[in-house]
Design a protein around this ligand. Structure first.
Ligand code: PBG
Length: 323
């Protein structure tokens, strides 16, 4: 049986009917809001390539976290701009690091807010790479030790979740071991399991001041052309003990989000990265796109593809639009 008996348009006839048969419901609970922490007080320094995003001092971060909470956003992820950069990125594992201070302040003001500490070293190292550099190369295994120390220091500050984003082999196992040895059995690991060597991170590198001073990240981040390899990275991170896995970026990799969703029972996150945000904001500023409609379409698409959680700079706006 087919047309004229069958007419899919019947169920699209009114807003109520469309809502009744809608398959994907986007809610503020799906969002994780990324923020950039800087030293100082009352600092709100705009990031040029990301309108609406700021480098924030601790007092301002707390204010933003309260706003997220009021909007129904359950979690924030923090990136730090350190006072000093050095070869090992030592502010990333110092109890007085800017993200450590931020975690403590947010948890003190709002204990129910889930605070995620990103572990990557590139913002903290003077060379801008995601690991220990020896003879111009990243030393994978030496980096693991530092990631373990950073994870424990963030756990001590009160972070609920640590998120290794450096794509080092063995990072999840090393971090789990370090956390467990320090008795942080309940601190979770959200692994950037599948992170591509993407050109969409450009604006983030301005926001976090973490661009590599030489070379690129292609020896650790994945080749954008590969999909089977994503499943291999996924399997390894599950074996190593990841509690949640992330695909990054999101929009150019929705096929990967979908495959990962089908391949695991773990919660899946997708990162709607800085370049995806900047494209929408630039087009909207020119009135070339309807920002609200496009943002909600983008975020709904990421959820439809299979993401349970979406890291997005649009989180606060989207939460307001969904209210
Ligand atoms: C650090 C890191 C990056 C992003 C998150 N963590 C940049 C990079 O790998 O170069 C990008 C996030 C974004 O673009 O919004 N490794």
């Amino acid at each position: 049986m087919s047309f004229p008996v069958i007419r899919p348009r019947r169920l699209r006839a009114t807003p109520t009917l469309r809502e009744m048969v809608r398959e994907t419901q986007l809610t503020p609970q799906d969002f994780i809001y990324p923020m950039f922490a800087v030293h100082g007080e009352a600092v709100r320094r705009p990031v040029q390539s990301m309108p609406g995003v700021y480098q924030l001092s601790v007092d301002q971060l707390v204010y933003e976290a309260l706003e997220c909470h009021a909007l129904g956003i359950p979690a924030v992820i923090l990136f730090g701009v350190p006072a000093h950069k050095d070869a090992l990125g030592s502010e990333n594992f110092s109890d007085d690091g800017i993200v450590h201070q931020s975690v403590r302040a947010i948890k003190a003001a709002l204990p129910q807010m889930i605070v995620i500490a990103d572990l990557c070293m590139c913002e903290y190292t003077d060379h801008g790479h995601c690991g220990v550099v020896r003879d111009g190369q990243i030393d994978n295994d030496a980096t693991l030790e530092i990631l373990g120390r950073a994870a424990v220091s963030y756990a001590r500050a009160g972070a609920d979740i640590v998120a290794p984003s450096g794509m080092m082999d063995g990072m999840v196992a090393a971090i789990r071991r370090a956390l467990d040895e320090a008795n942080f059995l309940n601190v979770s690991i959200l692994s950037y399991a599948i992170k591509y060597a993407s050109a969409f991170y450009g604006p983030f590198r301005e926001a976090a001041e973490g661009a590599p001073k030489f070379g690129d990240r292609k020896t650790h981040q994945m080749d954008p052309a590969n999909a089977r390899e994503a499943l291999r990275e996924l399997e390894l991170d599950i074996e190593e003990g990841a509690d949640m896995v992330m695909v990054k970026p999101a929009l150019p990799y929705l096929d990967i989000v979908h495959r990962v969703r089908q391949a695991t029972h773990l919660p899946v996150a997708a990162y709607n990265v800085s370049g995806e945000y900047a494209m929408v904001k630039a087009a909207a500023a020119n009135a070339w796109l309807d920002e609200r409609a496009v943002v909600l379409e983008v975020l709904t698409s990421i959820k439809r593809a299979g993401a349970d959680l979406i890291l997005t700079y649009h989180a606060k706006d989207a939460a307001r639009w969904l209210a």
